[in-house]
Design a protein around this ligand. Sequence first.
Ligand code: TXA
Ligand code: MG
Length: 343
Amino acid sequence: MKINPHSPEPSKIKEAAEVIKNGGTVAFPTETVYGLGANALCPEAVKKVFRAKGRPSDNPLIVHIAEISDLKLIVKRPPKSAVALIDEFWPGPLTIILKRKKVVPDIVTGGLDTVAVRMPDNRIALSLIRKSGVPLVAPSANLSGKPSPTRPKDVASDLFGKVDIIIDGGKTRIGIESTVIDMTTRPPVLLRPGGLPLEEIEKVAGPVRRLSEEPAVLRSKPARSPGMQYRHYAPKARMTIVEGGTEAAQGRIKRLAKEGLKKGKKVGVLTFHKYFSIEGCINKYAGTRPETVARRLFDTIRGFDKDGVDIIVSEGYGGKGLKLGIADRLRRAAGQIIKVKTC
Ligand code: TXA
Ligand code: MG
């Protein structure tokens, strides 16, 4: 269902909202990635979301609201610092974990006594939530484990035939998911870096504790944010990231790519430098500026699958601000990370 992202047609929003009210599922755009929406207060509807995505039932969902006043329906009184974050950043790419009220079904929170809440900054999303008259769960609208969709055709290639409506509202603006922060503890804890830079959050809420940047699969302790323990965003091909100084890393990437080619493999190269490419490989440049890379990352990774590559070798990417979220997604997509020393 094509909907104008600048001025959503009321009749189409109404049709999609009817589906939600009847316990159905609707994929819709947010400013970060596409989400798969259902009535958050109806366990049967939420079950359909888990089923369509093939998502493990212990991985809780984010509840999306369109009015600040709806917050008190689902959470207990939030701490002052959380209210300050909400004032500053909603609607926007920030998800806040708060103590939940009983109306939020167990299936939404995986049985936790907390719930993740956010208000998306997208007209289609906001008008759909308003018209539905209920908060919506909306995990990213991909099959569990795949890269999140930033374009309607990516949603369709994962979920066509498994959901009731897929809204086409164009490409998403940010491209990686919201930042998730747990405000039920002091100091607050960053559970997932994302579209809103941590530094912005700290200006408003004070120091935030960072969990290890390593994917949780590599850590021994149980994950605080259950979703972070799974391999994620993964292409079909095995992906290796080479981190380190540009020249040394590119040298190693060339070697790895040549080895792959020699074995008769189709090799993909993911780069953040416009003029770096390797002959005989499928080279994809995802941009250099963080805003560009965030927008293109998932769709570039999906592109390698479409080209049928066997192995992907990628440059590393990271740093502060939005780069932190990008580095997280890139590393989670990879099966292997190699660090090269620059002498
Ligand atoms: O940008 C986004 O946040 C997108 C768009 C569609 O809104 N949604 C999204 O949802 O990324 P999902 O389900 O793919 O990721 C939700 C993350 C998971 O890592 C999950 O484990 C975590 O939030 N989460 C949800 N509820 C939680 C809770 N009560 N405590 C800790 N982590 C929670
Ligand atoms: Mg997801």
